[in-house]
Design a binder for this molecule. Structure first.
Ligand SMILES: Nc1ncnc2c1ncn2[C@@H]1O[C@H](COP(=O)(O)OP(=O)(O)OP(=O)(O)O)[C@@H](O)[C@H]1O
Length: 750
């Protein structure tokens, strides 16, 4: 048969098969929508148990429907032809016919593994691997890897090269996409690594670390659903812009069960701003902060210097320092956190003071009866002097109050960190009303751990819950009046009670998924945590994360050479040793999929010349352009001349302008005057195709074109790190231009 007509026939064949898959997807979708509507229709009738069962079904149908909708785009991407003649289609989810004939296998299933792993050297029973390239629902191309030994001379180490290069060359949209159709073997091995223990994935820029982290989260949830469904998986990233950039990947893989959080959002109820003060960030990140907070808590358990005289209903009692010390020791010996141990402390002293009061009264007027004693205990408890004395000795505290006072009152800080220098302490001090920063989150978390539940606030919670229930009930009663009126109108006796209706609301809120509940609960223990850009984490941030996953099952993804935070790590060993010793596994990614070779090589030369130790990944493709360098007298006019040229070249893609922090305002003014709303910050998007940011803001992101302003300043400024410029230079997928009024860092020009 003629070559092209053979290809045409193959394409037609695949189109036919893929149409069938979509027909089945549509059919399932209709079925779930119908089932969901039925459950919802019958939701308000029947016993409480029936209703919760139906709620559970409704949730299940909703989840499945959401999944079926999310996988529509490029549903299927591969086919394996095996030695025994079997043909397996690989796609985003598994699909079977009504009589359970398999139509397509989920990419995460063990039988799909060979799609990513087989090579001509190690065929694993695969004769041919076919990539189906879809645009929405249409098969637009097919690409075959023939693995029969003898047909190929090399090992075909890049799988589905055409599909891969098409994906890599496509225009960026400001949102990361999944790579499920073109995962490479070294990436697949990491994605499918065992669940338990700590796996560190080290890789240079553009090696797919973020992509691997996300696909691994989806893989783990699929493979270990029993263990992970209720505990959940947490995915932590560096900034909100980065979280926005990756937010669509997991839904497109049919997964919604992952809690995604920026590192600054891990304390429920506290909103944070980035920590701009490098010195403060570094200090707050040190592990010894844990001891300082411990000291701060202990300092709030105080023994008065002198005996205190306390007025209880006209009788004067004495609280001796020795007595307070004894009660404090016994309370501490319970091993409970501060607010909970306080209950013991208060109980002991109230009892002793009541005894003292009883003795004094008996001495003056003879023994009373038991009933009187009960009154006396109440008198002691409600005495203002007693309350003040007990609070002075052992104040109930919230984490926010403890840390605010620690960081804003020099005496508190000096008492908690006596061995620190004055200068270091001065770096931490700030006004009491300063906003919380990302670096404060682990301090608050540490404090919460040491303080425990606040008694009074627990009371408030119950009270608040009761008030809410009362409101629900009142709301239900009003609704009922209307319902009953219409039931009576239609001749039906009202059978629904207000309690039942209120109950129903309670059930609906209880239906929150594990992910939703986990996101709002500081003490939630996750089944697995994936950390991206992990090199930036401070020891205190690590400590917090370790607490969130007591079984210590982690995927840690990052590049030590890109560390820019002053509190971050200089080696994985140093980062992890305090928590897991040497019990972690290193995996490496070695191929750069993002940046064209000419640009990647310039970045490596610059970094090496500046003394950064890196293991440079191998770029997967040559680009069309070498980096362009402009030496200019004035920055802004040169930028305004360069931007239209670069926009032209990226042709509808995204252009990033990366400027040193202290030039950002001037550059923004100039760009906005020219381009208005098209200028954005963060990851960018279809309406904001010019994205302005600092090198650190660009971390983890990528753009078709990048313009870097004053690169030498990125190396020279007081807080600069070589990693910053290295990060900035490795963001483009097509084109890099550097504009400088001064020198050009060594190495960039070869
Ligand atoms: N197997 C693959 N198939 C298609 N695209 C891929 C593949 N691996 C990586 N990519 C693409 O390469 C780019 C870089 O990936 P990613 O952002 O995950 O890298 P990274 O290692 O996290 O980079 P950095 O550390 O520089 O932020 C992304 O556009 C990603 O989609």
């Amino acid at each position: 048969m003629h070559e092209t007509s053979h290809a045409k026939n193959e394409l037609e064949h695949e189109r036919g098969y893929v149409d069938g898959l979509y027909r089945r997807l549509d059919q399932l979708r209709e079925e779930k929508a119908r089932q969901l509507a039925e459950v919802r229709r019958s939701a308000s009738a029947g016993s409480h148990q029936n209703r919760s069962e139906r709620d559970a079904f409704a949730t299940m149908y909703e989840d499945r429907l959401a999944q079926l909708n999310a996988v529509d785009d490029r549903l299927v991407f591969g086919r394996l032809d095996l030695d025994d003649g079997e043909e397996r289609y690989i796609g985003r989810i598994g699909l079977s016919t009504e009589d359970l004939q398999q139509l397509m296998i989920d990419w995460r299933a063990p039988e799909a593994g060979t799609f990513y792993q087989a090579t001509a050297f190690e065929r694993m029973g695969v004769r041919r691997r076919r990539h189906l390239i879809l645009s929405r629902r249409d098969v637009v191309a097919i690409e075959d890897d023939v693995l029969d030994a003898g047909l190929l001379s090399n090992d075909g180490s890049l799988q589905g090269e055409g599909a891969l290069l098409a994906a890599l060359n496509s225009r960026r949209t400001g949102q990361m996409s999944d790579i499920v159709g073109t995962i490479q073997a070294e990436q697949d091995r990491i994605i499918r690594a065992p669940l338990s223990g700590v796996t560190v994935v080290q890789g240079g820029p553009g090696t797919g670390k973020t992509a691997v982290a996300l696909h691994r989260a989806a893989y783990l949830l699929y493979t270990h659903r029993d263990r992970l469904k209720s505990a959940g998986v947490l995915l932590v990233g560096p900034t909100d812009a980065f979280m926005k950039y990756i937010e669509r990947v997991l839904p497109s893989l049919g997964e919604t069960g992952v809690v995604m959080a920026g590192i600054g959002t891990l304390m429920p109820g506290v909103t944070t701003v980035p920590e701009h003060d490098e010195g403060a960030a570094a200090l707050k990140g040190r592990l010894e902060m844990a001891q300082i907070i411990r000291n701060a808590v202990a300092n709030r358990q105080r023994i008065p210097a002198e005996p205190r005289r306390l007025n209880v209903e006209g009788t004067m009692l004495t609280l001796a320092p020795r007595q307070v010390a004894r009660a404090r020791d016994r309370a501490r010996a319970t091993g409970k956190p501060h607010n909970e141990a306080r209950v013991t402390f208060v109980k002991i002293l109230l009892r002793e003071l009541t005894e003292q009061l009883t003795e004094q009264l008996e001495a003056s007027s003879g023994p009373g009866n038991n009933a009187d004693r009960a009154y006396l205990a109440e008198d002691v408890r409600s005495s203002r002097d007693v309350r003040i004395a007990l609070n002075l000795a052992w104040m109930p505290l919230t984490p926010e109050k403890l840390i605010t006072e620690l960081l804003s009152k020099p005496a508190h800080l000096a008492a908690a960190a006596p061995h620190w220098s004055e200068e270091d302490r001065a770096l931490l001090l700030r006004p009491a009303d300063a906003p919380w920063t990302e670096a404060d989150v682990p301090l608050l978390d540490e404090a919460a751990e040491l303080l425990g539940e606040l008694d009074a606030s627990a009371g408030r919670d119950t009270a608040a819950r009761e008030a809410e229930n009362r409101r629900d009930l009142a709301n239900a009663e009003r609704t009922l009046e209307n319902v009953n009126a219409s039931l009576v109108d239609s001749g039906v006796d009202g059978v629904v009670t207000a309690e039942a209706l209120a109950q129903h609301n309670a059930v609906s809120t209880a239906r929150l998924s594990a992910a939703e509940r986990a996101a709002g609960d500081r003490t939630w223990a996750f089944g697995h945590i994936v950390v991206d850009e992990a090199q930036e984490l401070s020891p205190m941030q690590w400590r917090l994360l370790m607490r969130r996953c007591p079984v210590k099952s982690f995927t840690v993804v990052g590049d030590i050479a890109q560390t820019s935070s002053a509190a971050g790590s200089s080696s994985w060993d140093q980062a992890l040793e305090p928590f897991v010793g040497d019990r972690w596994q290193l995996e490496e990614l070695t191929v750069n999929y993002r940046t064209p070779a000419q640009i990647a090589e310039a970045a490596v030369r610059m970094a090496t010349a500046a003394g950064l130790v890196i293991s440079a990944p191998k770029a997967v493709r040559e680009g069309r352009f070498a980096p362009v360098v402009d030496r200019v007298p004035d920055l802004i006019p040169a930028l305004l001349q360069a931007v239209p040229e670069e926009l032209d070249i990226v042709d509808g893609g995204l252009l990033a302008v990366i400027a040193p922090e202290d030039q950002l305002d001037d550059v923004r003014r100039a760009l906005t005057a020219e381009y208005g709303d098209r200028v954005g910050s963060g990851a960018g998007g279809p309406t904001q195709d010019i994205v302005l940011m600092t090198p650190r803001g660009s971390k983890g992101l990528e753009f078709d074109g990048v313009v870097i302003l004053e690169p030498q300043l990125m190396l020279d400024s007081a807080t600069a790190r070589v990693g910053d410029l290295y990060v900035a230079m490795t963001r483009p997928t097509q084109r890099l231009r550097l504009i400088s009024t001064g020198t050009i860092p060594e190495g960039i020009e070869g």
